[in-house]
Design a protein. Sequence first.
Lengths: 399, 399
Amino acid sequence: MPKISDKGRKMPASPIRKLVPYADKAKKEGVTVFHLNIGQPDIPTPDSMIRAMHELDQKVIEYSHSAGILSCRQKMCEYYKKHGINVEPDEIIIGAGASEAILFGVMTCLNPGDEIIIPEPFYANYNGFATTAGVNVKPIPSSIETGFALPPIEEFEKAISPKTKAIMVCNPNNPTGYLYSKEELEVLRKIVKKYDLYLFADEVYREFCYDGYTHHSVMNLEGIENNVVLFDSVSKRYSACGIRIGAMISRNREVMQTALKFAQARLSPPSLGQIAAEAAMDTPESYFDEIIAEYLARRNTVVKALSGMEGVICPTPKGAFYVTPSLPIDDSDRYCQWLLEEFRHENQTVMLAPATGFYATPGEGKKEVRISYVLNVERLEKAMKCIEVSLREYPGRTI
Amino acid sequence: MPKISDKGRKMPASPIRKLVPYADKAKKEGVTVFHLNIGQPDIPTPDSMIRAMHELDQKVIEYSHSAGILSCRQKMCEYYKKHGINVEPDEIIIGAGASEAILFGVMTCLNPGDEIIIPEPFYANYNGFATTAGVNVKPIPSSIETGFALPPIEEFEKAISPKTKAIMVCNPNNPTGYLYSKEELEVLRKIVKKYDLYLFADEVYREFCYDGYTHHSVMNLEGIENNVVLFDSVSKRYSACGIRIGAMISRNREVMQTALKFAQARLSPPSLGQIAAEAAMDTPESYFDEIIAEYLARRNTVVKALSGMEGVICPTPKGAFYVTPSLPIDDSDRYCQWLLEEFRHENQTVMLAPATGFYATPGEGKKEVRISYVLNVERLEKAMKCIEVSLREYPGRTI
C-alpha cells in the first residue's frame, strides 16, 4: 500500500470535527444540542437569491470565465463602491468560497517554506491553507485583556525574518469578533510598507459591525496598493454559505495575472452560485439593518450572560458573530467534549469550539472557547444557562 | 512591490488562452469562429437538473458536509452500481469539479518533488495541478501511429525512478479520444502492483464510447484496491459544466481520511450544484443513447473529413468527444493563431487547440491539434471545410 503524503499527515484535523460523533450521540439520545460551534448562520438566504434559481432560464449550465462571470464581477464592483472601495472587474477573481480565493492568494504570493505572520487566535482553516501551500504560519499573540486588539508593532517586528512574505488579518475577526480601528490598520500599513510584505485581509464580515463602529478596508490604505490582497465572501454575507462564492481582490496586476493561471487550471468557479450571488447584490440595505439588529441583540445576550458568570472573562466584540471568552476550565478540548458526552441541563447541552484550534502556539487556547451567536435570542438564553450550570459542575473547573 | 511565488511563475498558461484575444478580434470583425477548441458541450443540460433549481425549497442555502451531501453521494453509488462499480458513500469525496478532486488526490498522495508518470499527450490542466502540488510530471510517449494506445510496459519501467509515486491515465482520453482496452488496464494493474504506485484515473468521459466498445474502470482491477484513486465529474457527464461537481473515489481508507482533511479546510463543495447533480442522476439512460448517437455522427463527420485531407493523419477514437489529428503544418501554435488572425473562408474560421499544450516534452505536438466535436454536424462540416482550405493556404504548410 503506497504511503500518503507528508502534507496529508500534517494537515490539521479540526478540533470541532473530533466532537461531531459526541454531538451525534447526544442527539440520538434525545438531548437538545445548541450548536454554537459553527459559522453557519440561521438567517434566511435573501429571496432574490432563491428567486434567481427559480427563474433560471439557461439551456446549458456552462463553465463561466475562470475569473468569474463578468456581470457578477461588475455587480461586485458596484457593491464595493457603495462601501467606499473602488475596484475594477479585472481586479477580482471569483473563487469557490473565500477558501479557494485564499488558496489562490497564498499559492500566488508565497513559496513553500516562506512565512506568514498571523495574530492569534485566528481562523483555524488558515492552518489548512498554509499546510496545503507548504507555508509556515508565525503566530504573534493578541490578548483577551485588550479584547484581542492588533498586537503592537514590536511584536510584528520581532516575528519578521528573511522568510517572512506576508501578514494576514481577519477583520472583523473570526474567532474573536474584534474590529480593527483605523489606527491599527495604519500600523499594518507602515509595517507592510517598511518590509515590503503582502498584506492579506479576510474581510468576510465587513457588514457585521455594532455600536456605531464602521469597518475600514485594507483596500483603502494608501501607498501599499501592490501589497494588499483582499479575500471576501458573498456566500457568508448573504447567509448562503452553500453557494460557495468568494473572491480574491488586488490592484497588483502581476498578482492577479498569476492567480488567474491557478484559476484557469480549475476552469471555472460555480456558475449557479454566481448567478445567485449576482442576484444577492441587489438585496436592499434594509436586509442588513434587520440582520445587524438581530445579531446585536444576540451578541448582547451572550456577552451579558457570560460576563455575569464567575471566573469568565468576556470582551464585547464590535463585529462578526463570534465571541471568544476565557472560562474557568482546565482544558477547552476536554470541557467541550464533556459538555456533549456527560453534561445535561434540562436534557439540553451546547456544542462549542475549543479555542485550541485557533492557536498555532502549542498549549494556547486551553481556557478559551469560540461561541458563534448564530441562534436566536431565546435559544441563546437557554444555551447560556447551560454554560452557566456546566461551569459549576465541570470536574476540571479551576475556581 | 513584493515578488510573486516561483510556483506562480511556473504555472503553465494555457496555449488556448493566448489565442482568445485573436478569436475575440475576429468575432468583432464579424467573422464566424467555429469553436472546436473547448470541452464545453452544446448538448442541453437535462431538464431534471434545471427543474431541481426551479423547485429549490430551502430557506437557507447551507454548507454541505465537507465530503458532499450524503444523499448525493448515495445517488452516485447507485449510478456506479449500474456501471458495475461497487462503492460506498464514504469512499466518495465530492469536489468543486473533477479539478478540485484531482488536486485533493495529488495533495493527499504525493510529496513535492515526487514524480507522476502520464502518457502524453495528456489533459493540459494536469500540468497545472502538478505545479500547484510541486509534483513533477514524467511524460511517456503514446503515438498517433497506434491511435495513442497505452505505451508498452517497458516505457513505464524506463520512466520509474525512486521518486515515482503514481501513474495517471485519462480514459477515454482527453485530448486523443483513445479508449483503453481491458488488456491495457491489465498492463497498468501489473505495473502498479509491482512498484506499489498509486493509479490515478480520470474517467470523466465513461459514457462516451462508440462502435460497440465499452468502458472498463480501474475500480474493478483486482488486487490494487488500495492503489486506485478515481476522478470523476457529474458536471461534464450531464453537460452542466458550470455546476462544478466532481468526485474523488478510493477504497483506500487512509487516502480518503486524509483527503477529507483537505476537503474540510475548504468547508464544503457547492450545494446548489450538488442538488442539481443529485437530480441529474435520475436522468434516464435514453438521454445518453441520444447524445451518444449525436456524438458518433459528429465524430464520423470529423474523422471522415480529416482523413480525406492531404497529409493529415487522423485516428478514429472510440471515446470522449475529442480527436487529435496530425496536420501537414510547421507549428500548431502558429497555425492556430494564423487561423484566427489571417485565415478566412466565406467569412468563417475555426479555433483549435494546439497540441503543444498537451505535451510535457518540449517540442512535441507541433504537428497536432485537438479538435473537440462539440458542435452539430452542420456546423462541423463547415468547420472541416475551413480546415481543408486553410491547409492549402497556410504559409507554414509542410507538403
